[in-house]
Design a protein around this ligand. Structure first.
Ligand code: COA
Length: 249
């Protein structure tokens, strides 16, 4: 990843994330490799800041999410912070003030997840907030929440069934079974499986292609598909017509 430019100084201050931007592509690296990039409160706050910056930055036409280190994209919520919120009321208030997942799903630009190693709990939920998922051969997906006495709270109970269907999503959630690369591809949980050493290049090649297209057409295409999935066919066709009309004037 050498040679990328830090374009905005404040974006280099993060402790748990590396944010870089070059040639209209944003690169977001979850960066706690010694803890398998576990998602902690600091990462939540920094991710919120980065996602807001991406949303408001017309220079960013596409973004790639990846995990630092050899072993994981993200091994889920940081278990050392598990249930440490001062009270359920405060936890709910913080969540309300910082709706990372709502923000994630509202970004207009296409988001690509480059996934390797462990992709567990919130790690899988981050991947599900992305539009296109590429995976390395060593990838392993799982939602361990019910084993910990909780349920996914970063959108996973809604996003996973929308991607792979309700029965498969429930099986994964309720059995605690982990899914490896080939099964993930069959389930359409990932678009493509590639050798580990090619993962980043493949994600970048795709991002470069997208970044070369008209940004409004790209954003509208994303909107038509992602919003359309939650609409009836009739409403979806109306949305498509509105967006197509807005482009052609
Ligand atoms: N939160 C905090 N730290 C974590 C973590 C998590 N979710 N997942 C891994 N780590 C840390 C480990 O504590 C360990 O730290 P240490 O070296 O200081 O002891 C380091 O990352 C490496 O993990 P380790 O468990 O030694 O690797 P492993 O190969 O034996 O096992 C996993 C890998 C992913 C199977 C195992 O780490 C695990 O089960 N993690 C928890 C997954 C989980 O339940 N996530 C929460 C979902 S809601």
């Amino acid at each position: 990843m050498g040679g990328w430019v830090w374009e905005e100084e404040q974006m280099s201050d993060f402790e748990t994330i590396i944010y870089q931007k070059q040639n209209n592509i944003a690169y977001i690296t979850l960066n706690r490799p010694r803890a398998l990039n576990a998602y902690n409160l600091r990462m939540r706050d920094e991710l919120y800041e980065v996602l807001g910056a991406i949303r408001d930055d017309a220079d960013v036409r596409v973004a790639i999410f990846q995990g630092a280190g050899e072993r994981a994209f993200c091994a889920g919520a940081d278990l050392t912070e598990f249930l440490t919120a001062p009270s359920p009321l405060i936890a709910r208030q913080v969540r309300w003030e910082r709706d990372v997942w709502g923000l994630f799903l509202s970004l207009p630009q296409p988001l690509i997840a480059a996934l390797h190693g462990y992709v567990l709990g919130s790690g899988l939920e981050i991947a599900l907030c992305c539009d296109i998922r590429l995976a390395a051969e060593d990838v392993q997906f799982g939602l361990p929440e019910p084993q910990l006495g909780i349920i996914p709270a970063a959108g996973g109970s809604q996003t996973l069934p929308r991607v792979i269907g309700g029965a498969k999503a429930l099986e994964i959630l309720l059995s605690g079974r982990w899914i490896k690369a080939e099964e993930a591809r069959r389930l359409k949980l990932v678009n493509r499986v590639v050798p580990r050493e090619k993962l980043f290049n493949e994600a970048e090649k795709l991002a470069q292609k997208i970044a070369g297209f008209d940004p409004v057409a790209v954003a509208y295409a994303k909107q038509a598909v992602t919003r359309g999935l939650d609409l009836s066919l009739e409403q979806g066709l109306r949305l498509e017509a509105r967006l197509a009309g807005a482009i052609t004037g």
